[in-house]
Design a protein around this ligand. Structure first.
Ligand SMILES: Cc1ncc(C[n+]2csc(CCOP(=O)(O)OP(=O)(O)O)c2C)c(N)n1
Ligand SMILES: CC(=O)[C@@H](O)[C@H](O)COP(=O)(O)O
Ligand SMILES: [Mg+2]
Length: 652
């Protein structure tokens, strides 16, 4: 019998605690039991659904302590990224829905305003919590009624992003009362990197706050009266005793730490004291362990950052790992980049805290001195790459489509305007599944293809990806990007070596006469299936792979338009991308006449909620059946387009 089929762990106390208000009725000594049950419940639940386990396990005690001390939801608890909020979800009205986590129609894997009043601010991209929290604090100062205290929980990884410091800079100057809990587990998805990480480690070498506190209490009689009661003076004394000299203090925050983030006996009195006495911005440095309390997670390299369903006893994946039919696009990219780097010493790999997710970890094993993990710092990654390119290097900036959105001004101002040959390897293009709309790679085609001088490619399969890496490696005249989806490739044979593509040239994959399906990226497979379905109805179909969203293969587009009755474009990107450029070109050439029926199939103008990628593409009406039906409708002269069902569209 699979251990996952075993009954859930007994949680007698948690079963009674049906709200944070009920939790606040418990005496402190029972909160430890509550935390233990919450941990077991979380592990058991995630063993069935999969998800971001390690991060939540690291904040179990913090979650309990915050809800015990602060009056949520009137007090605003803002989780950075939101991937560590599963225990918070269990405590805040969503326990019964945990089986639906990250599944179609179910709970989001992140915090989400539309899901609960206990999620005052949604997230999934990192390092937004302090800015948002400061917004709440400022609103309170302006008289907003339903805003009590503001507590932001931000990880050490998230603390590598510039945005966190922009917020601290502002908060330190404004002086509003706000609590920032820095959850320091020395881990991002992989071990945290950078000078800030070193600074935090130095702070952790200070005498733990609890020992200072004991010292203070023991020495109370010897201390003058104001030290016992005056919070500000006590803080100063604590700081002097601890000898802390944290960056945060210099920026106007009161710094408290390090404190053991798993010890409720330390956390509760500290949070209560601060709640009762603090006047301005406060930073509490809590030291935690990612994956805490679940040995398989603690022992794993990534501390079970993100896992599928697993066996509760061993921590091993529940599904037997059969040999994958094809390598992932990420793996193919990593291997191809290594091959280019062997040929060319100028090739550099850059990741923003996604080394394993982007394949740069693979590259770093082969070329450690030519790879950079800059932390969660996409903006910096892009301008850093621009600097490298300006000095003659060949930087490959490997960033997920959704996270590259962060760096748009850097792409425009530092790269495109200076025509610098930065190579953008854009992973997770299109819909990604369980992570949902926050992680969808929807916009890059649109936001890159409108930039002068940019070359934008999309890989139809993993062999194409190898050629696009080679194309980017030799392309020295201006910026170039290539995008590819999450997950496994199609299983096509991989070329021995990448062969640079002719810039701005697409390819005809199958020739027909009546209907032309022109795809950009990996909808090619769906288009070929659609062509098969249409052929079964006696229709003659051409399928072409555009390869380039920019520059357009104008000759190919004009040829398809002149020789077919129907032209359909399909792409895994938002409205305003490839199809729009094709339409513009047809219009410029006067080819949009009554004879030719044209349809642009793109992601619809809505945020599609999490589900399997296939189900999400069904919502988007971008699977083979939709392409075939659109072609038929065009032939019949029907004007209506697919409409996305309204009930599947919700606020992010
Ligand atoms: C802007 C952005 N870039 C990258 C990511 C991917 N990402 C999600 S969680 C994470 C690590 C966060 O580390 P930390 O804040 O320390 O939290 P922990 O998982 O250690 O609890 C990263 C890089 C993201 N969510 N947002
Ligand atoms: C929380 C977060 O942003 C990442 O952990 C993300 O979920 C990773 O996604 P992939 O699984 O596609 O790498
Ligand atoms: Mg961390």
């Amino acid at each position: 019998m699979e251990s996952n089929d075993k009954p859930r762990p007994a949680t007698p106390l948690l079963d009674k605690v049906t709200s944070p208000a009920a939790l606040r009725q418990l005496p402190d000594w029972r909160l430890r039991q509550l935390a233990a049950e919450l941990r077991q419940d979380t592990i058991s639940s995630v063993s069935r659904t999969g998800g971001h386990l390690g991060s939540t396990l690291g904040v179990i005690e913090l979650t309990v302590a915050i809800h015990a001390v602060f009056n949520t939801p009137h007090d605003k608890l803002i989780w950075d990224v939101g991937h560590q909020a599963y225990a918070h979800k269990i405590l805040t009205d969503r326990r019964s829905q945990m089986a639906s986590l990250r599944k179609e129609g179910g709970l989001s894997g992140f915090t989400k305003r539309s899901e609960s009043v206990y999620d005052p601010f949604g997230a999934a991209h990192s390092s937004t919590s302090i800015s948002a929290g400061l917004g709440f604090a400022a609103a309170r100062a302006h008289g907003a009624q339903d805003v009590g205290d503001v507590v932001c929980v931000i990880g050490d990884g998230a603390m590598s992003a510039g945005m966190a410091y922009e917020a601290i800079n502002n908060a330190g100057a404004l002086g509003h009362r706000i609590f920032v809990i820095l959850n320091d587990n020395e881990m991002s998805i992989s071990p945290s990197v950078g000078a800030i990480t070193k600074h935090l480690a130095t702070l952790c070498q200070n005498v733990p706050l609890v020992e200072i506190d004991t010292l203070l209490r023991r020495g109370t009689k010897l201390l003058p009266e104001p030290l016992r009661t005056g919070m500000q003076r006590t803080q100063r004394a604590v700081r002097e005793l601890a000898g802390t000299n944290s960056l945060f203090e210099h920026l106007g925050f009161s710094y408290f730490g390090p404190v053991d983030g798993h010890d409720l006996e330390h956390l509760l009195p500290l949070l209560r004291a601060l709640r009762d006495h603090a006047t301005g911005p406060v930073l509490i440095h809590a030291v935690t362990r990612k994956g805490a309390g679940y040995p398989p997670a603690e022992a794993s390299d990534d501390k079970h950052h993100g896992v599928g369903a697993f066996n509760l006893v061993t921590g091993a994946p529940a599904a037997k790992t059969e040999a994958a039919p094809a390598p992932t696009y990420t793996k193919v990219f990593g291997t191809a980049l290594i091959e280019e780097a062997k040929r060319d010493p100028k090739v550099i790999g850059i990741t923003a805290a996604m080394a394993s997710g982007t394949g740069i970890a693979q590259f770093a094993k082969a070329f450690p001195e030519r790879s950079y993990d800059v932390g969660i710092a996409e903006q910096h990654a892009v301008t850093f790459a621009a600097g490298l390119a300006a000095a003659g290097m060949k930087p490959f900036c490997a960033i997920y489509s959704t996270f590259l959105q962060r760096a748009y001004d850097q792409i425009v101002h530092d790269v495109a305007l200076q025509d610098l040959p930065v190579r953008f390897a854009i992973d997770r293009a299109g819909l990604v599944g369980a992570d949902g709309p926050t992680h969808a790679g929807a916009f890059d085609i649109a936001y890159l293809s409108n930039l002068p001088g940019f070359t934008v490619m999309a890989a139809a399969d993993e062999a194409e990806l190898v050629h696009m890496v080679a194309t980017a490696a030799v392309h020295d005249s201006g910026p170039i990007a290539f995008r590819y989806p999450r997950g496994e490739g199609t299983g096509v044979a991989l070329p021995q070596a990448g062969v640079p593509l002719e810039i701005g040239k697409g390819r005809i994959v199958r020739e027909g006469r009546t209907i032309a399906l022109l795809t950009l990226g990996s909808r090619l497979g769906e288009a070929l299936q659609a062509a098969g379905q249409l052929e079964a109805r006696g229709l003659s179909v051409t399928v072409a792979d555009a390869r380039f969203a920019k520059p357009l293969d104008k000759t190919l587009i004009e040829q398809l338009a002149r020789t077919h009755d129907v032209l359909i474009t399909a792409e895994e990107g938002a409205v305003g991308g490839f199809g729009s450029h094709v339409l513009q070109h047809l219009s410029d050439k006067g080819l949009l006449g009554s004879r030719l029926q044209v349809r642009c199939m793109s992601l619809p103008d809505v945020f599609i909620q999490h589900a399997s990628p296939r189900a999400m593409y069904d919502v988007a009406c971008l699977n083979a059946v939709h392409i075939a039906e659109t072609a038929l409708a065009c032939l019949e002269g029907a004007q209506e387009q697919y409409q996305t069902p309204v009930n599947l569209v919700g606020a992010p």
